[in-house]
Every structure is written in C-alpha cells, then in structure tokens.
Design a protein around this ligand. Structure first.
Ligand SMILES: Cc1ncc(COP(=O)(O)O)c(C=O)c1O
Length: 254
C-alpha cells in the first residue's frame, strides 16, 4: 500500500481511503472481501478477469494449467495462437451457416489489411527463417504499418520513414519473366515470400492484368514458396495458410 501511495496512483488511494474502501482485505470467497475489522463487503471490482471474483478457483486452475502445458510460441498481437484459432474456427462455423461455401475456409481474421500483412510476414519469417528476401511489385499497396509500408513501394508513403525494412526486392508488376529472373537471381531458398495483390488498387484497380496474378501464383507455387493473398480492394479476403495445398482454396476467396 505504501509503495502504491508513493509511486502509484496516490490520488486514487486517497479517495478510496476517504470512502473507507482501501483495504487491506482478505478474500473470504471470490465475491466477498473482509477488512481488518471483520467487516465483509461484496467484491464489486470489475476489470479484466475481476468479474470472476477474487482468485476464482476454476479460473486459477485454468491459468495454472495453461501456463504448465501451453508452451507454444506467442507472437505479438497474438497473430498465431491456439486460442485465437479456436475463436476464428467458431466464428467461421457461424458465418458458414449463411455462406456455406466458406465452411472450410482457412482464414486469419484480423482488424485491418495491414495487420493481415504483418501476420502473413511473421508466418513466412517463422516458416522460412533463413530466407531473407521479400519480393513485392511496383505500384503495390499493402498498408502503412512498418512491415506493410516497407512492402509498399511508393515514395509518397515511404520516404519520410526511411530506412525501412531491408531486403525487399521490388519487381515490375505485370512482367512474369522478371518474377522468374528475380527469384532465380536471389535463389529460391533465400526468398521468404512473394507478396502480390490479385488486383492492384493504388495502380487504379486494373483488371487487365489478372492473368499476371495467375501466372505469378503458378510461378511461385512451382518453386514451392508460400503464397499469401491478403486483402483485395474489391473484397476482404485475408490469408489462408499460405501453403501450396491451400493455394486453390485461397485464390478462390480473393
Ligand atoms: C491489398 C491491400 N493490402 C493491404 C491494405 C491495407 O489495409 P488497411 O488500410 O485496412 O490497413 C489495403 C488497403 O486498401 C489493400 O488494398
């Protein structure tokens, strides 16, 4: 209490002392607190896990078990986590009642296109740790967070924030030969990912080069890279698992 008063929120402590609500309390049950004079109060605190009461036994047991058994790598923003996957699965199952074709979609739900790109690159970095290059295309737009901005080769957006992520190699959009040459030149094992929009948006939502997208995908798939559709301007398809196996399913959603 003294430390909280000295270094924490002293005003709040003062207000709680004035209202005789500052404790110290002993938890009699998750929802009952007893002060030093034996006066019992209802525990009506409510933030985070506190609606479950003070050290609710079932919650404590769950947390203890979780930390004992869950040793999986947790990435920032929880892009990859079994819990998030379970929630996503349940949500997709619900949505598929109205849109059955999505029943088996492998989708990472995220708050924005940029976050989807961040997650996608974290996946590929995790999956291909020794591959340093990311390949993108001229006039691409992948968002404005750090990684997404690094992959958006536009001076207006990038210049004041440079230096950005290194090892991004930009290939002219629409030239499949350039894709092959670049991947060949860098060495396929050194390329972590090729990121491509099915229909480029910043370049004027042109449908004329849809065939380029198809060719890029088959070129990339043939060299066993990960392929990752993110958001398209026309819809909001966000990544599948990025494996060759998911290529077909993923491209249908874009
Ligand atoms: C292909 C693509 N990727 C990423 C983004 C970034 O999305 P957001 O603005 O939701 O971060 C956009 C936005 O238009 C986009 O079109």
């Amino acid at each position: 209490m003294q430390l909280e008063t000295d270094f924490g929120n002293a005003d709040l402590i003062h207000a709680m002392q004035t209202l005789d609500m500052a404790g110290p309390f002993r938890a009699v049950s998750p929802w009952e607190l007893e002060d030093e004079r034996g006066v019992r109060r209802i525990n009506a605190t409510c933030y985070s896990a506190l609606p479950f009461g003070e050290r609710h036994p079932e919650l404590m047991e769950f947390v203890r078990e979780y930390f004992e058994h869950n040793r999986s790598k947790g990435l920032p923003q929880q892009s990859v986590s079994p819990w998030r996957a379970a929630l996503q699965h349940n949500l997709i199952t619900l949505l598929a009642r109205f849109s059955p074709s999505h029943a088996d979609s492998e989708i990472l739900l995220s708050n924005s296109g940029a976050e989807a790109v961040e997650a996608a690159i974290k996946f590929v970095r995790g999956g291909r740790p020794n591959a340093r290059y990311l390949v993108n295309f001229t006039a691409a737009y992948h968002g404005l967070t750090w990684m997404a901005l690094s992959l958006t080769p536009n001076h207006d957006y990038q210049d004041i924030f440079k230096p950005l992520l290194p090892d991004v190699v930009t290939v002219p959009f629409g030239r499949i030969e350039a894709v092959r040459e670049t991947i060949g030149g860098l060495g396929p094992k050194n390329v972590a990912a090729v990121i491509v929009e099915p229909i480029q948006g910043e370049a004027g939502s042109s449908f004329r080069r849809l065939d380029f997208f198809a060719h890029s995908v088959s070129c990339v798939a043939n060299t066993a890279f990960w392929w990752w559709p993110t958001k398209s301007r026309q819809g909001s398809a966000v990544p599948g698992t990025g494996s060759r196996a998911s290529l077909k399913a993923s491209s249908q959603t874009s």
